[in-house]
Design a binder for this molecule. Structure first.
Ligand code: GLU
Length: 521
């Protein structure tokens, strides 16, 4: 047997000779919010179709298809939400429900006749049969299996009904589902791009439902019909579909379709084991956006989760990934979600990989949401954008998440400071009276200081420390607390310049009043 685990062998499976176009798809069911596992799958598809395939001189297309045939689980707005999420991540599609395309429509509920025709074809060729079992009977079968410790599954009760028996039931108006006539003997095999050959014993596989009694297809029928009709070359999806892949393989054969290449991608596990879920803080893409992650950092992180270029490079832009990604290097083993690593990457991205202008534009909506600045245009035309820009330039190397901006920037952008303790104004080894005297001296000197000049401000304040007979650091500390309400801030002179004469004076006055009430002179 070929060793499918060598990178060369996998590469040959990924892009077989003779294939001139890669067509991949993401086929979410609109049943909730987009999970980051789904986002990573989309990223793999885009990188494969637009990066790897194109580098190999092939055409590539990524298709978005909405699989909404499970009406019971349908959630209104979910398809739009996931498209918005992907757009935020910068992952676009070439064909899809909104864009249309040569294989439209891209929504399964609008493609019903394709599935019914396929079901008719399967019934006619004996690869499917009508099952008239009532829910009560099926429940009875299940209860019995549980009691006898047997594996659950349909007992093929209707598989051998005669043509006449079927007709009689149809004439009597009995409802039915259509099930696959799965082979009872032998094996079903297929090659998985990441996992090599996968073999199933046919007698272990159930005659699953293909068409429900409401006439809607199940996933198994719809996915095969659509992947075929949309000329999908590589079916990439989560590993949870491996157990039912034999159903799909048999359907491809029965319908006379050419088999695509299957690639069951790895799972993302939670640090506590099991599938990553809401319990781990966050699994939905929208949560990462709300929590102040940059889409670039999240993509960078998702790319590193289960794939690596050389075992050491950590920073990848989407362009880098398009240049280097190969699907066969994705590990089939699940990877564990590591929030610390993501947080670190996010901070690196904010601190070193985006411009100040860009940071200002990105924090603006967070500042508006938090009420730090008034509502207004969410771009550079906001009347206070210049101030946000200055605050961004001073805080760029401190921000780890965009959500921190309202707090970190508040003393630049709001007139009122958050309340703080008078004791914070008093440096170590300094008496409250001395701290008060320093603040009074600074306030008195303020009108003569040009705060817009970093050098002049520094010279004057250092001079003042000399006059007061204290160390510069001892003087700077109460000033910093007075103007920011905190013990840490960007450089003092830049901070004073950004806050401006009037607000600096008001805040010094306030600090003096606060300290006087604590330490009457
Ligand atoms: N609709 C399926 C899901 O949401 C798609 C699986 C596939 O990609 O084939 O899981």
């Amino acid at each position: 047997m070929t060793d499918y685990h060598s990178p060369e062998a996998r590469a040959a499976v990924a892009l077989p000779p003779g294939l001139d176009e890669v067509r991949v798809r993401f086929a979410p069911s609109p049943t909730g919010s987009l999970h980051i596992g789904g986002a990573r799958l989309v990223m793999y598809n885009v990188l494969f179709a637009h990066g790897q395939a194109k580098r190999a001189g092939k055409k590539g297309a990524f298709i978005l298809r909405i699989e909404d045939t499970d009406q019971k689980r349908f959630v209104e707005g979910s398809a739009q939400g996931l498209m918005d999420g992907l757009t935020w991540l910068g992952l676009g599609w070439d064909e899809g429900p909104d864009l249309g395309g040569p294989y439209a429509p891209y929504v399964q509920s609008e493609r019903q006749h394709h599935y019914r025709e396929a079901a008719e074809q399967l019934l006619a060729s004996g690869h499917a049969y009508r099952c008239f079992c009532t829910p009560e009977r099926l429940q009875g079968v299940r209860d019995d299996q549980v009691k006898r410790n047997l594996p659950p599954g349909y007992d093929r009760h209707c598989r051998d009904l005669s043509v006449e028996q079927v007709q009689a039931k149809l004439d009597a108006g009995e409802t039915f589902v259509v099930r696959i006539t799965f082979p009872l003997e032998g094996e079903t095999r297929f090659i998985d791009l990441l996992r090599g050959e996968i073999v199933f014993r046919n007698d272990k596989i159930e005659d699953l439902v293909l068409l429900k009694s409401d006439g809607y297809p199940t996933y198994h029928l719809a996915v095969v019909v659509d992947d075929h009709e949309m000329d999908i070359t590589h079916v990439t999806r989560g590993p949870e579909w491996i157990p039912t892949a034999p159903i799909h393989v048999q359907l491809y054969k029965a319908l006379g379709y050419e088999m695509p290449i299957f690639a069951h991608m790895p799972l993302i596990l939670s640090p506590s084991g099991g599938k990553l879920s809401k319990r781990d803080g966050s699994a939905a893409l929208a949560d990462f956006r709300e929590r102040g992650y940059l889409p670039e950092a999240l993509l960078n992180y998702l790319a590193l989760l289960g794939w690596s270029l050389d075992g050491k490079t950590e920073f990848f832009t989407m362009d880098d990934l398009l240049e280097h990604f190969t699907i066969e290097r994705v590990s089939a083993a699940p990877s564990t979600f590591d929030r610390d690593k993501l947080d670190w990457l996010n901070q690196q991205w904010i601190n070193h990989h985006i411009t100040v202008d860009d940071l200002a534009a990105r924090v603006l909506p967070f500042l508006i949401e938090a009420g730090t600045i008034d509502d207004g245009p969410r771009d550079a035309t906001h009347p206070r954008f210049q101030e946000v820009l200055v605050a961004s330039s001073l805080l760029k190397d401190r921000i780890r998440h965009l959500t921190e901006a309202p707090d970190l920037m508040s003393y630049f952008l709001r007139d009122e400071l958050e309340p703080y303790e008078a004791a914070m104004l008093v440096p170590k080894k300094v008496e409250p009276e001395a701290a008060l005297a320093m603040l009074v001296a600074v306030r008195d000197a303020l009108p003569g200081i040009d705060l817009t000049s970093h050098d002049a401000t520094e010279a004057r304040l250092r001079g003042l420390a000399g006059e007061l007979g204290v160390k510069a650091g001892q003087l700077f500390m109460p000033i910093r607390v007075a103007v920011t309400g905190r013990t840490q801030s960007p450089g003092l002179f830049d901070t004073l310049a950004a806050i401006g004469q009037d607000r600096v004076r008001d805040r010094l006055d306030h600090a003096i009043a606060l300290l006087s009430s604590e330490a009457p002179a």
